[in-house]
Design a protein around this ligand. Structure first.
Ligand code: CA
Length: 460
């Protein structure tokens, strides 16, 4: 066993391949080089390297498509992509396909060594996090924190580890209560900036001039009342992550200042002369349609372009009703633990009503309702008829015409139905069905087994 990191290099051009092998070997890594995707796939089927360095244009296919397939099949190691085309679109595609970094050819040796080194570090940190949380895999720590449910935001959750390990600016879109700050915190916690500060501000909560002073700081005497110089939140987030919630509510003035921070990686305090360098990762969130605002001229399109490097949409709860039983169970457990008391068990009828409710306040509203139920000892879900209070502890023989299912049964039933629907829609193609369900092939395979779903019954 060697403690040197093993890098799989996939590059068809012989001269480059030999050069990269030399550079990375000199940097202390063990390198396995393969000239085609077919060769690389054969290697990955039998080995798990610590990192993959992947060319995009290969004789037998597209590197990014290969990467997306490998990720779907469960490849967990960090991947650094190399391409000759350095467009932002290409970079975003690479991130979405699951790359942690992106090198534009030609690049110098130092950049190659640093990208591989950082990729390896990020991979190790993610693994640590997952082990610490007792969960490993695509449905690991981050997803558990995010969804706490059997389904739902898996698409988003699957994207997060990869997005987290990069420094790319992220724009989260979703209604209030959909968990934008939870996602931002999860991204920070899984990023190499973990030990740095996480600084959050709601741009809609402050009047414009105050927001600017808070964000960018000021020098003494910059305006009436500025008796002493102060660091803004941008400076306070140095080395960490700055989370700007409700960025659509930012004034034009503040938008201009923020654009400068993103472009120049430096901040000018109000009334200050020399700008200060900052090393921050920005995550922005909004419930507004920034593209429409940019078209109307109320949001700077150049700022939108800078922010929108990795857009992530968080669906409203009413668009993922199948998750509601699982979420109720998750929040019950959470608040029972926190409040050290046991809450009521939801009946099948209550779950049905909860799934029918529109939940304008989304997951946050649902969590509040469940927390209240743990405190009160019975559910009072909005939109649901109030459940009868438990009357006596005696084993009531009160005739219940319908046998209530346990939550687990209800969830399993919903899950089985979703799997069957997806398989039908995919015409029995399991890879396609897994994609529709937003789960890995392996997860689908396990679910087929768990629910004893036989293909012939599905497709017949
Ligand atoms: Ca090539």
């Amino acid at each position: 066993m060697s403690d040197r990191a093993e890098v799989l290099l996939v590059e068809d051009e012989r001269a480059l391949r030999e050069l990269f092998v030399d550079v990375l070997t000199a940097a202390g890594h063990e390198v396995v080089a393969r000239p085609t995707l077919t060769d690389a796939a054969a290697f990955l089927a039998a080995h798990q390297p610590d990192l993959v360095l992947l060319d995009v244009k290969l004789p037998d296919g597209d590197g990014l498509e290969f990467l997306a397939r490998q990720r779907a099949a469960g490849l967990r190691v960090p991947v650094v992509v190399m391409t000759a085309f350095g467009t932002l679109d290409r970079a975003v595609q690479a991130l979405k396909a699951g790359a942690v970094d992106f090198l534009v050819k030609p690049f110098d040796n130092a950049r190659l060594v640093s990208a591989v080194g950082q990729g390896l570090e990020g991979g190790a940190r993610l693994e640590e996090l997952e082990f610490a949380a007792g969960t490993v895999g695509a449905e690991g720590a981050l997803s558990a924190q995010l969804i706490g449910a059997e389904g739902g935001l898996r698409d988003v959750a699957a994207l997060l580890p990869r997005v987290a390990s990069s420094d790319a600016t992220v724009l989260l879109r979703g209604e209030s209560g959909t968990g934008k700050e939870v996602v931002a915190r999860a991204l920070h916690a899984a990023s190499p900036r973990l030990d740095g500060p996480f600084v959050a501000i709601n741009c809609a909560a402050l009047p414009p001039s105050l927001l600017e002073a808070e964000l960018f700081g000021f020098e003494r005497g910059a305006f009436t009342g500025a008796h002493a110089a102060r660091k803004g939140l941008v400076e306070q987030a140095d080395g960490g992550t700055l989370f700007l919630d409700e960025i659509g509510d930012m004034s034009a003035e503040a938008q201009g200042r923020l654009l400068r921070v993103l472009q120049e990686r430096e901040v000018a305090r109000i009334g200050g002369r020399a700008p200060v360098k900052v090393d921050i990762r920005v995550i922005a969130a909004t419930h507004r349609d920034l593209a429409a605002m940019a078209a109307q001229g109320t949001f700077r399109s150049d700022l939108l372009y800078r922010l929108n490097v990795v857009p992530i949409a968080l669906p409203p709860l009413r668009d993922r009703r199948q998750d509601i039983p699982g979420l109720i169970e998750h929040f019950l457990e959470k608040h029972e633990r926190r409040l050290k008391r046991s809450g009521p068990r939801p009946t099948a009828e209550l779950l049905r009503q909860a799934q029918a409710h529109a939940w304008p306040g989304n997951v946050r509203e649902l969590e509040n309702a469940v927390e209240r139920a743990v405190v009160l000892g019975h559910f009072e879900l909005p939109g649901a008829a109030p459940a009868p209070l438990p009357t006596s502890p005696s084993p009531a023989p009160a005739a219940s015409p319908r046998k209530a299912r346990t939550l687990r049964e209800a969830v399993a039933e919903a899950e089985r139905a979703a799997v069957v629907d997806a398989l039908r829609e995919a015409g029995g193609n399991k890879a396609e069905a897994a994609r529709l369900l937003g789960v890995s092939y392996k997860t689908l395979f396990n679910k087929l087994h768990e629910h004893a779903i036989r293909e012939e019954t599905v497709v017949a």
